[in-house]
Design a binder for this molecule. Structure first.
Ligand code: DMJ
Length: 647
């Protein structure tokens, strides 16, 4: 198409005409100013008319609804076609011209109808709006806004949360109460110890991570960085709940609601924060149903995610909650990550995905599992150190105690927590335990079964207090073990419980040392001074409780009671409970720390030991490594977001 050249503003210039304009008579290009003005006027009047018709017709036609009598002017009046009784009625018209005319009329009629319907709706809405109060209108606007936000979220494909977990029976103060008066009395005593620990912390250390019960002030360690995040409150809440200490629970909940904030410039241990805070918050959420605990758990989990930004996806041991910068402990085999740390995230992270629908948590822990599955293992054993940059094992040191322990525990518990559908986890657990039995578990000359440590091809005949949790783990994993070895594993659990009890019984305070040897004629006793301390650890009592649940052999309650009495006698001070530096000394000195795990684990396992089995039944609950119970997820018909393969 050709474009005519612009009319010249002065008659002196003759424009270059476009090819299409070449046949125009010359005088057309040289019009006078007045003619041009008239032409422009006509043109602009025409455009205004078109513009008005186009824009104002449908709008103004609304006036008809108010009976302004403008209908015939604003809405084209349509005559009924010949032969029709009223406008819009179809009449068969032969020939092309008639057909076009008919179609045109139909279109006009449908436009008219549409306009009429729109007007009626608009009028109706306006009338309704006028009838509504300000508050109703505000609420309506809010709903509309939320809808828009929801639609936007959907567009961004935010995963939908899964259906709510079928909540296991919520336990209350009367649950688990024993009919036997002496058992009830013991249980009451444990509750009293819990109250003393809590009240002391409440009075002297409130808001700090832990308590110095002798100095009577707050305390913290490097696992919490320089934060003040009330670790004891978060760790203790589910114990308070189970024990029916309602006022204390409410107090703790209030503190969490008002003060627990993770936007702090603190470098924390990913593992410790996961098991104590996320585990504690999730368990308390499930027990109490209070949303705040779930919300806080998710907020914190978000802060941990940057720790996974390593070349391999194996997380750093520490992360700065504010900057997200991660790093490893300087002492850990040339900058390695630690098996018991990166291998103890699964339970909490699966629950996080379950509760939020966000696949990231599940994917992170499954990635760790897959990566480990691909690696060669010396003698079938998992070394404690793995370099997150290279993906290679560090020093070949294997332990079921410190640095390794809860990695094995979480394999078994992943299976249990999935309602036994995560068979990959169970198989990995079975293979690992088989190698451990072959290389690490021995009997001493005196007939005590112990679990040693494997260091560069040698067995160190030393067992840690931490390792004593394994008695309970073997018992818990007995059912479902391969080749019908359930009896064998229950027996192994009983033997470990016995050995650990001996480690307590062979001390002056009847409290167990941090580590004990089976060497040079020594059996279940500590040799070095720096292994003689007891810091209120739970593992031995934990194993008593599992053994009690599976056997109901009264000796486990008896052993538990011995430990409770020893703690009350030697660790109790006016400002709480303290660890002791030498369990072989009749005159021990205190370490002046009330560990948060004393309230989370030691006292909880003792309380459960003197409760009936209907308090936290093991068919419904799986305890994380900090004794925070998480419900079994019935995943048979569900796929977690982010999981590729169906179980
Ligand atoms: C707790 O924080 C946990 O049980 C962890 O798995 C290992 N050690 C302490 C208590 O001793």
């Amino acid at each position: 198409m050709t474009t005519p050249a612009l009319l010249p503003l002065s008659g002196r210039r003759i424009p270059t005409l476009s090819p299409g304009a070449a046949s125009f008579p010359h005088h057309r290009a040289t019009l006078r100013l007045s003619e041009k003005f008239i032409l422009l006027l006509i043109l602009s009047a025409f455009i205004t008319l078109c513009f008005g018709a186009f824009f104002f017709l449908p709008d103004n036609s609304k006036h008809k609804r108010f009976d302004l009598g403008l209908e015939d002017v604003l809405i084209p009046h349509i005559e009924a076609p010949k032969g029709a009784k009223h406008p819009g009625e179809q009449v068969v018209i032969h020939g092309q011209g008639g057909h076009d005319e008919h179609r045109h009329r139909e279109e006009e009629e449908s436009l008219r109808d549409k306009i009429r319907v729109d007007h009626e709706r608009a009028l109706q809405e306006a009338k309704e709006k006028l009838r509504k109060s300000r508050d109703e209108l505000r609420a309506e606007i809010q709903t509309e806004k939320s809808k828009v936000v929801e639609d936007l979220k959907k567009k961004k494909e935010v995963p939908k949360p899964l259906p709510p977990v079928p909540m296991p029976k919520v336990v209350g103060v009367n649950d688990g109460d024993s009919v036997e008066p002496d058992v009830k009395e013991k249980r009451d005593k444990i509750r009293e110890m819990m109250k003393h620990a809590w009240d002391s912390y409440r009075q002297y250390g409130w808001g700090h991570n832990e308590l110095k019960p002798l100095a009577k002030k707050g305390h913290s360690t490097n696992i919490f960085g320089n934060s003040q995040m009330g670790a004891t409150i978060v760790d203790a809440l589910d114990s308070l709940y189970m024990m029916g200490l309602h006022d204390e629970f409410k107090d703790g909940q209030e503190w969490i609601e008002q003060n627990l904030d993770f936007s702090v410039n603190a470098e924390v241990s990913v593992f410790e924060v996961n098991i104590r805070f996320i585990g504690g918050l999730l368990a308390t959420y499930y027990l109490s149903g209070q949303e705040v605990f779930k919300v806080k758990a998710v907020q914190l989990a978000e802060k941990l995610l940057p720790a996974f930004n390593t070349p391999t996806g194996i997380p750093w041991a520490m992360v700065n909650l504010k900057s997200g910068v991660g790093r490893n402990w300087g002492w850990a085999s040339a900058g390695s990550s630690i098996l018991a740390e990166f291998g103890t995230l699964h339970m909490e992270f699966v629950h996080l995905t379950y509760l939020t629908g966000n696949p990231a948590y599940y994917q992170k822990v499954m990635h760790i599992r897959k990566l480990l599955a691909k690696m060669d293992r010396p003698n079938g054993l998992y070394p404690n150190y793995l370099n997150p940059r290279t993906g290679r094992w560090g020093q070949h040191h294997t332990s079921v105690g410190g640095l390794g322990d809860s990695f094995y525990e979480y394999l078994l518990k992943a299976w249990l927590m999935s309602d036994k559908t995560d068979t990959e986890a169970r198989k990995t657990y079975d293979d690992a335990i088989e190698a451990i039995e072959r290389h690490l578990i021995r009997k001493s000359n005196g007939g005590l079964t112990f679990i040693g440590e494997w260091k560069n091809g040698h067995l160190e005949r030393k067992m840690g207090h931490l390792t004593c949790f394994a008695g309970g783990m073997f018992a818990l994993g007995a059912d479902g073990s391969p080749d019908d070895k359930a009896g064998h594993y229950l027996q192994l659990g009983a033997e470990i419980a016995h050995t650990c009890h001996e480690s307590y019984d062979r001390t002056v305070l009847k409290l167990g040392p941090e580590a004990f040897k089976f060497d040079s004629g020594l059996e279940a006793v500590a040799v070095r001074q720096n292994e003689k301390y007891y810091i209120l650890r739970p593992e031995v009592i934990e194993t008593y409780w599992y053994m009690w649940r599976f056997t109901h052999d009264p000796k486990y309650r008896q052993w538990g009671w011995e430990a409770a009495q020893a703690i009350d006698k030697y660790c109790r001070v006016s400002g709480g409970f303290s660890g002791v530096k030498d369990v072989y000394s009749s005159n021990p000195t205190y370490d002046d720390v009330q560990q948060s795990f004393f309230l989370a684990e030691t006292l909880k396992y003792l309380y459960l030991l003197f409760s009936s089995d209907d308090l936290m039944p093991l068919e419904s609950w799986v305890f994380n490594t900090e004794a925070h119970p998480l419900p079994v997820l019935h995943l048979a018909n569900l796929t977690l977001p982010g999981s590729q393969a169906q179980r």
